[in-house]
Structure formats: C-alpha cells, structure tokens
Design a protein around this ligand. Structure first.
Ligand SMILES: Cc1cc2nc3c(=O)[nH]c(=O)nc-3n(C[C@H](O)[C@H](O)[C@H](O)COP(=O)(O)O)c2cc1C
Length: 140
C-alpha cells in the first residue's frame, strides 16, 4: 500500500496579534510556502482561517504528511495545535489544490466550520469535506 493516502486535520490558534493587514501578509506568506512545498511533495489540502483559529486539512502520502506536520507544529506563527483527525482515506478531498484557502465568512467556510468546532466523528468530518470540496469545484 505504498500509494495509500492519509488525511490529517488540525485546529490551532493563529499567533499573529496586532492589525489585520499584518495577519493578512503573514497568511499570504504561509500559503505561498504551502503551495510551493506541497506541490513538490504530492500533498493537497485546504486552510481555513476564522478569527483567531486556523483549521487545516492535509492529505497525501504518509511520509510527506508527517514531514510537513513536523514543520507546521513547530511553527511559532500559531499555537495550541490540536489534532482532529489522522486516518487513511480512499481518496483526497482536495485533489486539485496544493492548499486551497477558505476565507473568513465564505459559504464554503460554513460547511466546514461547525463540524470542526464540534467534531461529531469521522462521518461528520467526511460530510463537511465533501460539501466543501464540491463548493470549491463550482468556483473553478
Ligand atoms: C497555519 C500554518 C499552516 C502551514 N501549512 C503549511 C503547509 O501546508 N505546507 C508547508 O510546506 N508549510 C506550511 N506551513 C509553513 C511551515 O511551518 C514552514 O514555515 C514552511 O514549510 C517552511 O518552508 P520553506 O523552508 O520553504 O520556507 C504552515 C504554517 C502555518 C503557521
């Protein structure tokens, strides 16, 4: 099963204080690095930012996920990293996105946010991700 796909979802608290413009710049830099690195290592996913919170979905080969999550967990730009799900999946939810960005207040965000705030188990997360990736696809 060398080609098995894993999915890791975590929630954290964005550590950038001060102004919104500064937070926006920092987020942009994170997304740029994510898209560059993830594309190179066969990872896909989505990043959701809501108020102080970040929820990120990472999916791809196990070794690549572990390597990127080691870096992410050690990144001082966020704290209180809390794992929500880490499991093998049949297929990725975001195959076309090295890191999709789900802006605060978007319709897509609502699909994911509630199950993430109040995780109801793997089925709830799967349903939320299906809604979310469907919504993203419609915007292509
Ligand atoms: C919330 C958050 C999400 C991140 N997501 C990713 C990611 O998906 N992929 C990635 O390579 N780096 C991600 N990073 C950045 C890493 O922590 C690290 O800074 C980066 O991988 C270093 O890459 P570079 O050496 O190419 O600059 C994230 C950081 C934060 C704070």
């Amino acid at each position: 099963m060398a080609s098995a796909i894993y999915r890791l979802i975590y929630r954290s608290v964005f550590a950038i204080p001060s102004e919104e413009a500064e937070a926006e710049r920092e987020l942009r830099a994170i997304l740029d690095a994510s898209r560059r690195n993830n594309a190179a290592s066969g990872l896909t996913g989505a990043l959701l930012h809501n108020g102080p919170h970040v929820v990120q979905v990472l999916e791809g080969p196990l070794a690549a996920i572990e390597a990127v999550f080691d870096r992410i967990a050690a990144d001082v730009r966020h704290t209180a990293v809390e794992l929500l799900q880490f499991a093998a999946v049949a297929q990725p939810s975001f195959p076309a996105w090295s890191m999709a960005y789900i802006p605060q207040g978007s319709v897509e965000e609502l699909a994911l946010l509630e199950p993430m705030r109040n995780p109801g188990g793997p089925e709830a997360i799967d349903a939320a991700l299906a809604t979310l990736s469907g919504a993203l696809r419609r915007d292509d």
